[in-house]
Design a protein around this ligand. Structure first.
Ligand code: ADP
Ligand code: MG
Length: 256
């Protein structure tokens, strides 16, 4: 049975997509079968996995509107080592179209049920909002991975996300929990980042992942080659951290 995780944070530019594609590549590297679901109309996870979002014949949009199955719409990224259910700008329209439909927040859950046996992990890259799209992700997930930078306002933004997750947990998906907070773009030379990191651990305890993802330029360069950093430069500090994070996730699901 596949374990499904949302990579979510309503702030943009915090490292959701980087975490999604690199965790996926790291998991593939340690032998896990992975599906990445791109739930962001920007399609960055699609492109960053080496799939051209402009050339998609079928996408997550068709799956949400039930005109295609996941099997039909998914593509395999040979280079990245995992499957991708891609997204492009068309998905922005789904937000409006879904509102009119029944079971509108459970569409992804229903669609993913049919590929449950094909994967060990399904990773959902959420858009930077707490929208109907994100809600679809949260409704089908076993857990949420929250990437965050250790900056002054990081904790403040977190409370909105935590409240949304509590509501979804209470009303729509009793399985849902925050699996963990992932410290990303971390620079240990910056005192404030160390302070916020300590604060996070004090508040959230073992909900903070042991692995820390450093700020590493190779991770930022990789998307322009259509590759996760883990594949683009496996020896880089950033790539190594994501493979370590993949191992940590494999250990975590054993105890879930
Ligand atoms: P989000 O999906 O939350 O909007 P992204 O993953 O796209 O965030 O990251 C935002 C920007 O930061 C991108 O340009 C990305 O390449 C860069 N970035 C993300 N993580 C790192 C990192 N660990 N080191 C350096 N740059 C990073
Ligand atoms: Mg993104």
């Amino acid at each position: 049975m596949a374990k499904i995780f949302c990579i979510a944070n309503q702030k943009g530019g915090v490292g959701k997509t980087t975490t999604t594609v690199n965790l996926a590549a790291g998991l593939a590297k340690v032998g896990q079968r992975v599906l990445v679901v791109d739930l962001d109309p920007q399609g960055n996870a699609t492109m960053g996995s080496g799939i051209d979002k402009r050339a998609l014949e079928l996408s997550i949009y068709d799956v949400l509107l039930e005109s295609s199955s996941v099997q039909e719409a998914k593509q395999h990224s040979e280079k990245a080592g995992y499957d991708v259910l891609g997204a492009n700008r068309e998905l922005a329209g789904a937000e409006v179209e879904l509102v009119e439909l029944e079971r509108r927040e459970r569409r992804l859950k229903a669609a993913l049920a049919s590929v449950d046996k094909d994967y060990d992990f399904v990773l959902i890259d959420c858009p930077p909002s707490l929208s109907m799209l994100t809600l679809n992700g949260l409704c089908c997930a076993h857990g949420v991975i929250v990437p965050m930078q250790c900056e002054y306002f990081a904790l403040e933004g977190l409370s909105d996300l935590v409240n949304t997750i509590k509501q979804v947990h209470a009303n729509l998906n009793a399985d849902l929990q925050i699996i963990g907070l992932l410290r990303v773009m971390f620079d240990p030379r910056i005192t404030l980042q160390n302070q916020v990191s300590d604060q996070l651990k004090a508040h959230f305890g073992d909900k903070v992942f042991d692995t820390v993802i450093p700020r590493n330029v190779r991770l930022a360069e990789a998307p322009s080659y259509g590759l996760p950093g883990v594949v683009f430069d496996p020896s880089s500090k950033g790539a190594q951290a994501f493979v370590e994070f993949a191992r940590e996730m494999v250990r975590r699901i054993e105890t879930m």
